[in-house]
Design a protein around this ligand. Structure first.
Ligand code: SAM
Length: 327
């Protein structure tokens, strides 16, 4: 039975139904835009039991979808069990996962069997040298592509291939990335760079022009997902070949925000582009009951303002690195 709840409402009146939960801030990649060169890994991560408890508490507050992320969530040994716990939680309708794909060759099927319904695989380039330059020597393109193939074979309800577009790095590959994703039954999505690390952004409008130049002419599409992406599809005959765009900087979508985040060390982060966080792990370890956790979550969300302030990063606003928050 779905637990009774009053909807979880933030300080700007938006209903929060989506929790992004980081399982680790470790990563086997070192993407320049995500992980700073100096980064101290968090200690004392939430345990599997604490994660299961938090999912239950959030489900009781009306959260219906959980995304497991990181760092790189596939580095967490208990990943499949954590996913199964989340899926078995009354009220949770979907468990999703975001990964760099490197370890999906072995994990795609067990994750699907554990009840993960939606999978995002990050893939910024189809050039092995570029991937290594962008994401570090641990980033092996062959493993990522095999991982994506395993995911396609495992039959997820939804499969996305997400690329952050960086000026002077992968702008020339948008068409090829879209075609590769489609050939695997996945939907490509192109993400505007947010100011968590290095790199020069490409605005969504320019991405669309680049796709057209690279043989992918698009028309509007009415698909909407759980998140901030808007979709278009390739013009012409045949089954829809959609492309998603996530433009956090040029197409602010904070008015539709439905999410909150918990980091691997239990920080409840109310906005990706903000600096307000509250440690739930410490509260659990101090013996807090569910009612107290619920009250703290409701209260903490009241500081969530109408929009992010990421453009102020570096000028007053201190953002944790993306790999620390959980992207
Ligand atoms: N390691 C996993 C992965 O690679 O998908 C999960 C964590 S990663 C932080 C999640 C997503 O955040 C990836 O798609 C990554 O490209 C995206 N991301 C990281 N830093 C970003 C930035 N500065 N701007 C936009 N997206 C970013």
């Amino acid at each position: 039975m779905i637990p009774a709840h009053r909807p979880l409402v933030d300080g700007d009146g938006r209903v929060i139904a989506y929790l992004r939960l980081s399982l680790t801030d470790r990563c086997n990649f070192r993407c320049s835009y995500c992980s700073p060169s100096e980064y101290e890994e968090g200690r004392d991560l939430l345990t599997r039991a604490e994660i299961a408890r938090l999912v239950r508490v959030f489900a009781g507050l009306g959260v219906r979808r959980v995304r497991l992320t990181g760092g790189e969530p596939t580095l967490r040994r208990e990943l499949v069990a954590i996913a199964a716990d989340a899926r078995a939680t009354p009220g949770i309708e979907e468990v999703a996962l975001t990964t760099n794909g490197h370890r999906l060759g072995d994990l795609a099927r067990p994750l699907r069997e554990a009840g993960v319904g939606a999978l995002n695989v990050s893939l910024d380039t189809l050039d092995p040298g570029r991937l290594a330059r962008l994401s570090g020597p641990g980033a092996d393109l062959g493993s990522v592509l095999r991982g994506l193939d395993a995911a396609a074979a495992a039959g997820f309800r939804s499969l996305h291939v997400n690329a952050v577009v960086l000026s002077g790095v992968n702008e020339d590959e948008l068409g090829a990335l879209a075609r590769h994703a489609w050939s695997r039954g996945a939907t490509p999505r192109f993400i505007e760079l947010m100011p968590f690390g290095g790199g020069a952004p490409v605005p969504v409008g320019r991405m669309k022009a680049l796709l057209a130049e690279q043989g992918v002419a698009l028309v509007p599409d009415d698909k909407r997902g759980w998140g901030p992406a808007h979709y278009m599809r390739q013009a012409g005959q045949g089954p829809p070949r959609r492309v998603g765009f996530i433009g956090a900087m040029t197409e602010n979508f904070c008015d539709r925000c439905n999410r909150a985040r918990v980091t691997a060390t239990g920080e409840f982060q109310v906005c990706l582009g903000g600096d307000s966080r509250f440690n739930l792990r410490d509260l659990i370890r101090a013996g807090a009951g569910d009612a107290e956790l619920e009250a703290v979550v409701r209260e903490a969300l009241q500081v969530k303002g109408p929009r992010h302030h990421m453009e102020e990063a570096g000028a007053g606003l201190v953002l944790l690195p993306m790999m620390g928050i959980g992207g």
